[in-house]
Design a protein around this ligand. Structure first.
Ligand SMILES: Nc1ncnc2c1ncn2[C@@H]1O[C@H](COP(=O)(O)OP(=O)(O)OP(=O)(O)O)[C@@H](O)[C@H]1O
Ligand SMILES: [Mg+2]
Length: 348
């Protein structure tokens, strides 16, 4: 029987996904994983747009997956979340939460009263400017967070915590024992990609990019003048009847989007590197469905001149009675980074 358990719920553009973990003396076990696809447009850029469809998908997920509880940790990631590296005057941790709104307005593009705030201390700094706390300020638009939470509740679940998706990826993919000190994790979704640079598990830089695999699908669809479902199949290298379409058009569309996306990641790493030369990024670790695009990892490696590897969010977990065979487990691996990491935020 599982001991204490935690469930992470990820509402993505292409579907809702959840993972249940249990932990005991022997370690952490992946008990269940499930996902249900969402129709186009139900979620846009990380925000619930069609609540009824998302509610329906979550209900279906809970009916079919055998989760032991209705309490979930929910992830958020979209352009209405701001993450900045900020120095605050030193204060005891107990005061941090309550005094945060007084210190951070200057860093935010929106009124502090409209935000849900969080601060992750990365180091203490003392120099001629005094003693300070350096860390990552997270500010999420309150109405967006409330909207996503309400959707989950309308599906009959209880939201026990809300967490930045990037931090979830950090928990599930970063290996404290890694021989690499600083690495960039990139979870590539359909519309939203999360970049987090960390040193031994401490996040140093986070950026939410509004691009992903769907951009590639749409570029192919436009170039070939075919519906997105067919473009998606072409992108994944499936055998399709394209009726004499030119394969060169497909590869040029893929290359174009790859270039745009790879450039975005490169420039984010360059931006980080300019201010954090003492913690250079040694490698890049990819997760998310978008990371499966053929050739993407190689191009990223060539452009950033860093090794690129695929992350495995279930590597450190025991496997419970998940109902998944080895093949299924391998195919959900890149998709499990967010829900597993959200659940880890509760368990650990
Ligand atoms: N085998 C594959 N080859 C290429 N692309 C793939 C493959 N499998 C999935 N993808 C792409 O992965 C993307 C979906 O990734 P993922 O499921 O991580 O996104 P999501 O979490 O639903 O969306 P988001 O995080 O952007 O809201 C889609 O664009 C899909 O085309
Ligand atoms: Mg996602």
């Amino acid at each position: 029987m599982p001991g204490r358990t935690a469930i992470g719920l990820d509402i993505g553009t292409s579907g809702v996904r959840a993972a249940e973990l249990s932990y005991g003396r022997g370690g952490i076990t992946l008990e269940k994983f499930g996902q249900v696809a969402l129709p186009d447009g139900a979620v846009r850029d990380g925000e619930v747009i069609d609540r009824a469809q998302v509610v329906e998908a979550i209900k279906t997920l809970w009916k079919g997956s055998g989760f032991s509880s209705k309490s979930v940790a929910l992830g958020v990631a979209n352009q209405r979340v701001v993450v900045r590296q900020v120095d605050l005057p030193f204060m005891p941790p107990s005061e941090l939460k309550s005094s945060l709104p007084l210190h951070v307005q200057d860093y935010l593009p929106m009124p502090v009263d409209d935000c849900v705030l969080d601060f992750h201390v990365t180091e203490e700094v003392a120099d001629e400017n005094g003693r300070r706390l350096r860390g990552l300020l997270v500010a999420a638009a309150r109405d967006m967070v409330v909207g996503n939470v309400d959707t989950v509740q309308a599906a009959g679940l209880r939201v026990s915590s809300v967490d930045l998706t990037s931090f979830a990826v950090l928990r599930s993919v970063a290996k404290a024992s890694s021989e690499v000190a600083t690495e960039a994790l990139v979870d590539i979704g359909a519309r939203v990609s999360n970049l987090v640079i960390h040193s031994d598990g401490t996040p140093r830089f986070v950026r939410v990019l509004l691009s992903g695999g769907q951009d590639v699908t749409e570029a192919i669809s436009e170039r070939l003048g075919v519906p997105t479902a067919l473009a998606e199949a072409v992108k994944r290298g499936a055998e399709t009847d394209l009726g004499g379409q030119n394969p060169a058009l497909v590869s040029s569309a893929v290359e174009l989007m790859q270039e745009v996306f790879v450039d975005e990641i490169r420039s984010s790493i360059d931006y980080y590197s300019a201010a954090n030369a003492q913690f250079p990024v040694e490698r890049i670790v990819l997760t998310g469905g978008g990371s499966l695009l053929a050739g993407l990892a190689d191009r990223l490696a060539a452009v950033t001149r860093r090794p690129v590897v695929l992350g495995n969010p279930v590597a450190g977990l025991h496997l419970g009675n998940t109902g998944l065979n080895d093949d299924q487990l391998a195919s959900v691996q890149p998709l499990a980074a967010v829900p597993v990491g959200l659940a880890l935020g509760v368990v650990l």
